[in-house]
Design a binder for this molecule. Structure first.
Ligand SMILES: [Zn+2]
Length: 151
């Protein structure tokens, strides 16, 4: 058993890159059961003109395409922000084993608040969830991004 190694720094780098593209700074990275990075992504909803272009969805699509599978058993997903209901549902559908996220999202989160997707009886797969990892850095990025947009 290898010691726990957080990949949140890579997710944060993806969030920073998203901010530079004018996207809401959220980043995600997917790790396979062998500990390898199989996908990394930041939000691209504006660039792709696609409301489903969240970091988690893009990372899941990319990893599934590379694997040639609709499911990612044994995989770990790191996200800088609490996933929204759409992404939480996709995480469940993809059978992702562990979800690590940074900041909680009272406005749009769907894991610890709002619809609490994984607690719902229709959620057929529930990942292990670890929150608060790299939360301060993720929150700083988001606050700075929205502050600049207001000015
Ligand atoms: Zn989402």
């Amino acid at each position: 058993m290898s010691p726990f190694l957080s990949h949140m720094d890579i997710a944060l780098a993806e969030a920073e890159a998203a901010a530079l593209r004018g996207e809401v700074p959220v980043g995600a990275v997917l790790i396979d059961p062998g500990g390898r990075i199989v996908a990394r992504a930041g939000n691209r909803t504006r660039e792709l003109a696609d409301p489903t272009g969240h970091a988690e969805i893009l990372a899941i699509r990319s990893a599934c395409a590379a694997l040639g599978s609709e499911r990612l058993p044994g995989h770990d997903l790191y996200v800088t922000l609490e996933p929204c209901p759409m992404c939480a549902s996709a995480i469940s559908q993809a059978r992702i084993a562990r979800l690590y996220y940074g900041a909680g999202d009272p406005k749009s989160g769907g894991v610890a608040q709002g619809p609490r997707i994984f607690a719902h009886s229709q959620s057929h797969h529930v990942p292990e969830v670890y929150d608060g990892i790299g939360a301060a850095a993720a929150e700083r990025l988001l606050k700075e991004f929205f502050r600049l947009r207001r000015d």
